[in-house]
Design a protein around this ligand. Structure first.
Ligand code: GDP
Length: 478
């Protein structure tokens, strides 16, 4: 037994009386609050043209995490992800910061990449960096429901300027609502032209301070180290604006950043503690697995006994390998941890309805026809040439009505990629392709993630379909 008749109707965006009468016609009498079994849900979903999807969001099941009282909250370090075009210097920047800001007393061990690292600046302030640069990992986590990053450092090479992946990174950060701090890198190079980069950024909707905007921007070199203190200062300033807080005096809650099987150690995973304090011996649940913290290590291989908010630690003691993006929660005892994990596994096996369906154009049309309220339609536009992308984007934006705001969260020239699909999945967007096709990996991912990709070779047809959908007139694709 899963959700109630009323909840099912709400999930599908139909009137509950319709669901009740459909079941009545099939010989079943149900009430609004009655919980329905899997077969009944399947039957109703079929009748209303819905697919029953597999739940992947088991993180929320069986555990309720209590809210903190405001008086228990203390300022915490920001968690930062570095994004930007390939070869623009993301890794070099991360390495430079890591190597020049050693936490005192912890030097010695060889640095291991555990997926995140934490630095203490000379003045005692802290920053945590996620060590997997790029927007792919960032958006994959977000699609899994994990929100880890507070601030994005957008890296743009001063000698190369804004490139396609720079724009992707901007749009992924914006779609997630995460503030950006710009790092214009490689300023030591003779051909560096930071002014041009700032102008290109402005053209792409990122107005840096030097250009009269709100976005902080530092000029840096990972080769000479110039400007990096300034960059970190700006990151901390941005963090202050957002008053990041956590409660160190509670059982830990965090996210799995990496996981692997290690010889002699078994299942290990990096946990980024986001709230509370994690201690050796703590029993925990992580996704559909559980365990007890047998040992913890920092990224220099030193054993640690406790890890507070924003500290990443390599944890030993998982019964099974957790998945990246899984939520990690400390619970009162190991038996309970195991019971919760088993329950989650069982539920996952039984395949429950997912809470939120990904949107499709057909579904929008159906909902609009029923007079349902849809506030926004997120689109990703890909086309064969810049001119057609622009023309299509302009025309689609004009379809916004008082009720539905059409918003284009990303657009670009070229095939529809996995990155586009992940962004669509994380932002509940529809992808519109004009004279382009998805790559085969993107197509597979779209199927798994239930992302609607609409392909057109005539601009007018694309516009008409979206307009029809918004008016509730689109006839479903077969
Ligand atoms: P990523 O793909 O964005 O991670 O870029 P990398 O950090 O791997 O850097 C790409 C190349 O640019 C490498 O050859 C780096 O040595 C070089 N590079 C990175 N940062 C700088 C810099 O500030 N100055 C100079 N001169 N070269 C840099």
């Amino acid at each position: 037994e899963y959700i109630s008749t009323g909840e099912l109707a709400e999930l599908m965006g139909v009137d509950v009386s319709e669901v009740i009468s459909t079941l009545f016609n099939a010989g079943m009498i149900v009430s609004i609050n009655q919980r329905l079994d899997a077969d009944t849900i399947q039957f109703v979903a079929d009748e209303f043209g819905y697919e029953v999807e597999f739940i992947t969001d088991y993180n929320e099941l069986e555990i309720e995490i209590p809210e903190d009282r405001p008086e228990d909250l203390q300022p915490r370090a920001p968690i930062v992800t570095v994004m930007g075009h390939v070869d623009h210097g993301k890794t070099s920047l991360l390495d430079y910061i890591r190597n020049t800001n050693v936490v005192a007393g912890e030097a010695g061990g060889i640095t291991q990449h555990i997926g995140a690292y934490h630095v203490e600046l000379p003045d005692g302030r802290h920053i945590t960096f996620l060590d997997t640069p790029g927007h792919e990992a960032f958006t994959a986590m977000r699609a899994r429901g994990a929100k880890v990053t507070d601030i994005v450092i957008l890296v743009v090479a001063a000698d190369d300027g804004v490139m396609p992946q720079t724009i992707e990174a901007i749009n992924h950060a914006k779609a997630a609502g995460v503030p950006i701090v710009v790092a214009i890198t490689k300023i030591d190079k003779p051909e560096a032209n930071p002014q041009r980069v700032m102008q290109q950024l402005a053209e792409n909707g990122v107005l840096v301070e030097q250009y009269g905007g709100q976005v902080q921007c530092a000029l840096v070199s990972a080769k000479t180290g110039e400007g990096i203190d300034d960059l970190l200062e700006k990151v901390l300033l941005e963090a202050e604006l957002h008053e990041l807080k956590a409660n160190p005096d509670r059982p830990a809650v965090g996210t799995i950043i990496e996981s692997r099987v290690e010889k002699g150690r078994g299942n290990v995973a990096t946990v980024l503690v986001q709230n509370g304090t994690l201690r050796v011996g703590d029993p925990f649940v992580a996704g559909v697995t559980s365990g007890r913290v047998r040992a913890m290590f920092d990224e220099r291989g030193n054993r640690v006994e406790v890890a507070g908010p924003t500290i990443p630690v390599l944890v030993l003691g998982f019964d099974e390998l957790p998945e990246v993006g899984d939520q990690f929660v400390v619970v009162p005892d190991e038996k309970e941890a195991r019971a919760i994990a088993q329950k989650r596994q069982q539920i996952r096996r039984e395949q429950m309805l997912r809470k939120q369906r990904r949107i499709s154009l057909d579904e929008i049309s159906r909902r609009m026809a029923q007079g349902d309220r849809l506030k926004e339609l997120n689109l990703i536009i890909k086309g064969d040439v810049a001119g057609s992308v622009e023309a299509l984007s302009d025309a689609l934006l004009k379809l916004s009505t008082d009720e539905v705001a059409v918003s284009i969260i990303h657009s670009g020239v070229g095939a529809i990629t996995e990155s586009d699909v992940m962004l669509a999945s994380a932002s509940n967007a529809i992808i519109v392709g004009f004279q382009v096709r998805p790559t085969s990996s993107a197509r597979q991912l779209a199927e798994r993630e239930h992302v609607d990709i609409r392909l057109y070779s005539v601009i007018y047809q694309a516009i008409e379909d979206v307009r029809d959908a918004l008016e509730g007139l689109l006839s479903p694709e077969k």
